[in-house]
Design a binder for this molecule. Sequence first.
Ligand SMILES: Nc1ncnc2c1ncn2[C@@H]1O[C@H](COP(=O)(O)OP(=O)(O)OP(=O)(O)O)[C@@H](O)[C@H]1O
Ligand SMILES: [Mg+2]
Length: 226
Amino acid sequence: MIATQALTRTFHVGDATVHALDAVDLEVHPGEFVAVMGPSGSGKSTLMNILGCLDTPDAGEYRLLDEAVSELDDESLSRIRNAHIGFVFQSFHLLPRMSALENTLLPLRYAESEPEGARERAHELLAKLGLGDRLDHRPNQLSGGQRQRVAIARALVSTPPLLLADEPTGNLDSRTSDEIMQLFTGLNAEGQTIVMVTHEDEIAAYASRVIHMRDGKIERDHVKAA
Ligand SMILES: Nc1ncnc2c1ncn2[C@@H]1O[C@H](COP(=O)(O)OP(=O)(O)OP(=O)(O)O)[C@@H](O)[C@H]1O
Ligand SMILES: [Mg+2]
């Protein structure tokens, strides 16, 4: 699903040069559940942003579902993003004036007209995530865990083959974090490919493969025995 070759991203701030990603080779296959760990500043979010087509590499190649993403312009990138990727962030990124249902439908609103069955799909997803009785609640009327579940429903509403999550439990208590991870485990059991950044061993333990980054490089890559 994902194949990168010598993926490189360098930032220049003043006189300083930061090698946020330093020639990263990474393959992720359909159905994997990957946790990305590593110290602060090691390049985890930079990697996720490029994998999620929110940013582009300075050098190297990124192929997503056999398409050479690293060569595309912004417009094509957003097309790929909408079609293939769901993104969940640490801080939920929900629109405050919209209900849970409307937030979930957002990715589909950018289409010319709302795809047929979109509302049913959003409704079903929210119900599956335990929010069937919270459809009309706005984010400030929901708990942190409920907000993150709305964000997950939004990420999945267009049935993207790839779910990316950058510290999805970073703002949640440990019980709510476990609930979200049980949700991810269930989605993965149904075939959803997931790449997730986390700082916590207990969260990474839910994944079937753990990658450790350091200084913009992959330092360790461990697939757990089934
Ligand atoms: N837009 C940017 N401009 C300049 N430097 C950046 C930018 N984004 C990231 N960096 C630098 O690149 C390096 C990697 O940052 P990144 O956000 O990927 O780290 P991270 O592993 O996600 O860290 P954290 O665990 O704290 O979220 C850092 O040294 C950071 O300062
Ligand atoms: Mg980060």
